[in-house]
Design a protein around this ligand. Structure first.
Ligand code: TEU
Length: 534
């Protein structure tokens, strides 16, 4: 597969876009989004002005965690297409100068993966040691107190061998043993496979979780038990001292980095730690990951000083090696989190404007560019294992996974099937991509204007942004001749601007071009100092 002649570090000025493949577009009428559907809608991404797309897992999978339980890393799930479809998608994306990132899931496999099947069949098989097995505790129970991210114990008994295996997610997602060199070698092969097919990088699932404490010591209890064990709250009852973010984990990526650098490919980690210093360890060294996601904005409340604190520390620690995101397929959408309706949509754009000016790579999650809100789903529609297994409808992640409303009418332009895998819901009037594209006052146009303004900014240094003290509810930072300011309050307010001839290059709420008097409530601007530009 031909590779685009990219300059090194193509992601320095790039904007990413996350595609949850099952819900983006269905090209074969089975109600499930697929690779063909992605290919057919690439022009949408080019039009908005993104540079790279990240495809969530499309590999063969029994689907217990919708693709994050992989049974073959080097193939395409029949419901989502073929390797030929993947090649066509990459070729078409490259024609449009869009880079393609694929999701790599190294923490665990599906229990149906041939490695785990071999491990189950014969405890003397070398692949037994690809996973983490332990004898029961003296009372016959699990070997330690670790719990699964999705609730319940992190250990399941294999009755045949009498040993437990570890799974920090579902029992159908056994954790790999990254202390085994054969596992490391196997993943280098997987990377080589996709690099040879022309991918431009990898988003690495739970990149901080691969190594576990050698002695599998108990985790300290962090909070009192408020609910019965077995709920999704189990995870938060512990301090995760021994089951994740172990000392050697960042350096596991050294050989990956060598492979990626040779191909000018990006390594982007999902390091969900919410601690800036610990997160930055994964990108601090030139043999680590290139970028890490920062999830502070996903848990932030609508408060200027709290938001600034979350962005400031990681921008400092991460030194430009940060991927910024306001939403993804694992939680509530920003427009809903920040109040819902038009107010929530306004705020989501403010947040994205703030993220888009920081050093690093901003990512949009599909649908956020049209101001999509959480889908309203009834418990019987639930698909997410968190909702289905634990009966935790409220905690389910389906709300952000509903299919994209491309246009009005049956199937919403997503599918020709009579039912989609998750209900389509009714897009509010003017809410579809087609309608918004025809209306230059729409959210879609504003996101596009932001990305186009960003592209036309003068070249910016990677150094940490300089935060400028502001009146309450406002926040602002400067990167040389560029300044981003936001008003999170309910009243219009004038921001404090440093000396300069500041002009508005983008406004989340009004026309651009002139100077700035006051920032409307829940609005943000990108400004350029004309005095400092030749
Ligand atoms: O998510 C990892 C994950 O569960 C955390 O980031 C989670 O959001 C955090 O701990 C808050 O509780 C990734 C995928 O994005 C997700 O879809 C998968 O289910 C999971 O890994 C397992 O592969």
């Amino acid at each position: 597969m031909a590779r685009l002649a990219f300059p090194r570090r193509w992601w320095r000025d790039a904007v990413g876009y996350q595609i949850y493949v099952r819900s983006f577009a269905d090209s074969d009428g089975d109600g499930i989004g697929d690779l063909g559907g992605v290919r057919q809608h690439l022009d949408h991404l080019g039009w908005i002005g993104v540079d790279a797309l990240w495809l969530t897992p499309f590999y063969p999978s029994p689907g217990h965690d919708h693709g994050y339980d992989i049974s073959d890393h080097c193939a395409v799930d029949a419901a989502l297409g073929t390797l030929g479809d993947f090649d066509e998608l990459v070729a078409r994306a490259h024609d449009l100068r869009l880079r393609v990132l694929v999701d790599i899931v190294p923490n665990h496999t599906s229990n149906e993966h041939r490695w785990f099947q071999a491990a189950l069949a014969d405890s003397g098989d070398p692949r037994r040691d690809y996973y983490i097995w332990r004898d029961p505790a003296p009372d016959g129970g699990p070997p330690n107190n670790w719990v699964s991210n999705f609730g319940g114990p992190a250990w399941t008994l294999d009755p045949v061998s009498g040993q437990y295996y570890l799974h920090l997610f579902l029992p159908e997602q056994p954790d790999l043993n990254w202390r085994n060199p054969a596992v490391r070698a196997a993943f280098e092969e997987i990377l080589r496979f996709w690099l040879a097919r022309g991918v431009d990088g990898f988003r690495i699932d739970v990149a901080h979780m691969l190594l576990k404490d050698r002695e599998l010591r108990d985790n300290p209890v962090a909070a009192r038990v408020v609910r019965e064990p077995g709920t999704v709250d189990d995870w938060n009852r512990f301090e995760h001292r021994h089951d994740l973010d172990q000392t050697g984990t960042p350096s596991l990526y050294r050989p990956w980095r060598a492979l990626a650098d040779e191909a000018h490919a990006l390594l982007l980690g999902e390091v969900y730690l919410l601690d800036a210093a610990r997160t930055a360890r994964y990108v601090r060294h030139d043999d680590g990951l290139h970028l890490t996601f920062w999830f502070g904005p996903l848990v932030a409340s609508w408060n200027a000083s709290a938001l600034r604190a979350s962005l400031e520390t990681i921008a400092q620690e991460g030194r430009g090696r940060v991927a910024w995101t306001a939403g993804n397929h694992d939680g509530s959408r920003p427009a809903t989190r920040f109040g819902g309706g038009a107010l929530g949509q306004r705020r989501a754009l403010v947040l994205f404007t703030l993220l888009a000016g920081l050093p690093g790579m901003p990512f949009l999650y599909q649908g956020d560019e049209i101001g999509l809100q959480d889908a309203e789903l009834s418990p019987q529609d639930a698909q997410d294992p968190i909702a289905v297994r634990a009966g935790e409808h409220a905690a389910g992640r389906d709300v952000a996974r509903a299919p994209i409303p491309w246009r009005s009418g049956p199937g919403s332009g997503f599918t020709t099937a009579s039912r989609a895998w998750l209900p389509l819901g009714d897009a509010p009037a003017g809410g579809t991509v087609e309608e918004q594209r025809a209306d230059d006052g729409s959210w879609l146009w504003r996101y596009r204007e932001l990305l186009h303004a960003r592209r036309s900014l003068p070249e910016l240094e990677d150094g940490a942004p300089q935060w400028i003290e502001q009146p309450a509810d406002l926040l602002a930072y400067r990167r040389g001749p560029v300044l981003v300011a936001a008003n999170l309050g309910e009243q219009p307010r004038e921001p404090e601007l440093p000396p300069g001839r500041w002009q508005v290059a983008f406004s989340s709420s009004r026309a651009t071009g002139g100077p700035l008097d006051a920032l409307e409530h829940d609005s943000a601007v990108v400004m350029v100092d004309r005095a400092s530009i030749p």
